[in-house]
Design a binder for this molecule. Sequence first.
Ligand code: NI
Length: 631
Amino acid sequence: MDVVAHAVSAASHPLDPLSPDEIAAAASIVRAERNLGPGMRFETIVLHEPADASDRRAFVSTYDIATGNMFEATVSLTQSAVLSWVPRPGAKPRIAPDEFLMAEDLIKKDPRFIAALALRGITDMSLVCADPWSCGAFGHAEEEGRRLIQAIVWVRNRPFDNQYAHPVEGLTGLVDINAGEVISVTDTGVVPVPRGEGNYSERFQTTWRKGLKPIEVVQPEGASFTVNGYGVEWCGWSFRVGFTPREGLVLYDLAIQDGDARRSVMKRVALAEMVVPYGHPQGVHPRKNAFDCGEYGIGVLANSLTLGCDCLGTIHYFDAYVNRVDGTAMVIPNAICMHEEDSGILWKHTDFRTEVVDVRRARRLVVSFIATVGNYEYAFYWNLYLDGTIEFDVKLTGIINTAGLMPDGSVGRGTLVAPGVVGHIHQHVFNVRMDMAVDGPNNTVVETDMVADPPGPDNPWFNALRVVETPLLTEKAAQRRTDPQASRFWKIVNRERRSPLGHHPGYRLVAHSALRTPAHPDSQVGKRAGFVTNDVWVTPTRADERWPAGDYVNQSQGGEGLPAWTAQDRKVADTEITVWHSFGHNHIPRPEDYPVQPAVHCGFLLQPYGFFDRNPTLDIPPAKSAHSCCA
Ligand code: NI
């Protein structure tokens, strides 16, 4: 196991993420031209997209904690100038990691909070954990104009103990992070704090399972990929790696080699938003509707990965650079992992007459990052396969957001996972934004259903099936949901081209993790996360239409993003299109999810469909592992 290479320094390609120096320079340029005073903070400093090859540009969003005013700037790093300055009235920036700790510090010093904890026998404040949660927009008059964090409270039994085993139910506090002020402390009544142990960490584990012998990944000739800056080539695939504080990993210009031609598939793809609504109607819990991209920034929360633990084999790491609120850069070393994995058989056939056996091994290139959002971990994997398949796989792990019992001792809307500890019902809904470019820029989505023919002279044995293909021509027509009865999928095709077989080259979206969100239209999710209502949306590609729940999601009123854009009902056929896919995990917690959750998966596939004229992997050489032996 070894590290192939490390970080890249200066920008060598227009799509390279901003370097730490470029992040700091963008902040300095904005400060020099548009200083907002001592309360000036920076929400976002990223590469401006679409990237300009002749002028290196940054997008900057900045705000003033004294006034709450927010502005967006386009900054030329080449010319050291602010090119545009746009006020965003009413917008509230994301909650930054520095602000998490500030909010916790403030609430833990509040006498009302200290007194409420004392009623529960908790007096050692060093053991108290007040997790900072986004607040949503509930229309309470005292919250108007403020930028808020809601504290949800747990306590450790001793240092390093898992606090999520000990929810302090009924107690919460509201902090204005711009004013640096605790607005209120709410105590709905003392519920006994469960004190049973719920530890998972190595330091607490006293016995270990025996009999696990090492499995080592050996790549004696190194990895099959090559890396040039942020550009990657692997077994016919090529793409560029990017990273933003809000989305985390971005892939650009995904293309695959076909004979002498390099054929494009996607121009840009990234996780665009996610929301985690909780289903318990009392206390602090209706507040819990976390938009982990729009409210916190899933990229800012990326882990530094550990060699030999998070991914195995011959690894290439990319560092990530994100801005802090003071305009300086934070380096997240080894934020993105890239490696190859064996993935079983690619194909096999035994000619039973000749007894000739052909089998080929499949492998995938995995590009991934893992984010820690408070109690929870999300691991995001883009898997590229030899046959042209693209897979997005999300692993959900970490610790469920625990709660205590109801005042009457009942469990409420959840599952008892330990004595006195409840995991409330919730969902995780993701939305991925895909700028498609299947065999060229102009694409069309075609919905494909399989239906049975009615009985009749042409169907005497009632077996006739037919494929019904419906091109989705406008935005409203392209708001679609899965239909298991019709085994529905969607093809993204280029209708300007035909293969020698006569097919429009395409990729199909297999939406295997679609889920329904039974949210009321007037709920926080109903109003603010409109993207959950359809599994597929299609829009004409616009650089300024990036965020499916709106540009600024923190305490947003809703109605922005996909529902608003698609109300225009623009044409989405034979043009540059963006496909948005919502999917997720329905989480009714299990006792087995506690105290730390074995990873569960959700995601989707994009498979070539008439893109190639035949199986494109006949040229994969047979291989026999030299390390395989009989036990
Ligand atoms: Ni969950």
